[in-house]
Structure formats: structure tokens, C-alpha cells
Design a protein around this ligand. Sequence first.
Ligand code: AMP
Length: 177
Amino acid sequence: MTSDVTIDQLREAIRNVPDFPQPGIQFKDITPVLADAGLFRGLVQHLRGDFQAGDVDAVIGIDARGFIFAAALAYDLGAAFVPIRKKGKLPYTTYEQSYDLEYGSSTIAIHADAIGPGQRVLLVDDLLATGGTAAAAAKLTNRVGAKILELTFFIELSFLQGRNKLTDFPVRSLVTY
Ligand code: AMP
């Protein structure tokens, strides 16, 4: 789908915040994009890419900023929205997946009945860094038997080589650093 908003406009609106949430991390703040109605809409259209209504059964969003884009994209595609959340947040029966962080580990979860086997899904997050989160989310998605069409990100920190953990799926990002 075409958009009047360019990728360069989206890139320029991302705010770099040094040393957040800890020294040495340059945080990519996407809230200025969300705060501009035209950019937000354009971003969702770019995330949609060539997918058409009917191509996708569900869009899975990764806690927490992934929810914003996944929900908007699901609505736009006429698809369902499914959250993958941090452990302990989903109330019903879940599958869980742990993964390593730079220091320590984290666990994410999906409702066991969220998606039916064979459903075609997109997995969406705001940013691909080391790929640990997305790889764990892809494992959960495989666990419920869904078919991943694509992992879709607004931003990719390519120097962290997260794609190397996601070689089983098509990966697409809009803005690369
Ligand atoms: P990773 O598992 O290393 O790929 O980290 C991806 C997750 O961490 C995403 O959900 C991002 O929202 C968040 N994240 C990692 N690094 C950054 C960063 N520099 N700026 C903003 N968010 C980040």
C-alpha cells in the first residue's frame, strides 16, 4: 500500500535519547511518530507493506510498544490482534518462553488458545535489537501452530545482528541503523 509519508520522514521523527534506561544505551523513542497523526498513519501503511486484507488472519504484537503498531495494523488488515506479554500478565492458560538478556533473562507468554493451528500471522514489534525477544516470540507462535508470514519491525539496529537469530522467517524493517 502506498503512503504519502516517506521512510526518511519517519526516520527523522525518531528521537534518540542517550543513556536511557541505562548508561551506554541509545534509546529510540518512537513517541514523536505516534504524536503526529499523519506520520502514525503513514507508519502503519508502511508496516502493512504489500499485505492485503484477507492475507493475514492475525497480527501478533510484542509487549509493549509492539501492541501499538500490531493493533493498528490488525485493524487495517481486518485481522485479529493477539498479544504476547511479559510473564504473569495474561490471565488464562499460557505457553511461556524464556530468553537471555545482556544481564539475566526474561520470559514472555501467549494464551494457549489465542490462535488456531495453521493461521497466518504477522509478528510485530517496534524495534529489533539483539533478536532475543523476537526469536522467543516466534517460538511461542510456532508452539500454537500458527504460520509466520513475516516478522515486521519499525526499527532495526542492524549492528546487533538480530536477524541472525531469525533465519527461519522473512524479516522486514523500515528504518535501519
Ligand atoms: P532484543 O530482544 O534485544 O531484540 O530487544 C528488542 C526489544 O527491546 C524491543 O521490544 C524493543 O522495544 C526494546 N529495545 C531494545 N533496544 C532498544 C533501543 N535502543 N531503543 C528502544 N527500544 C529498545
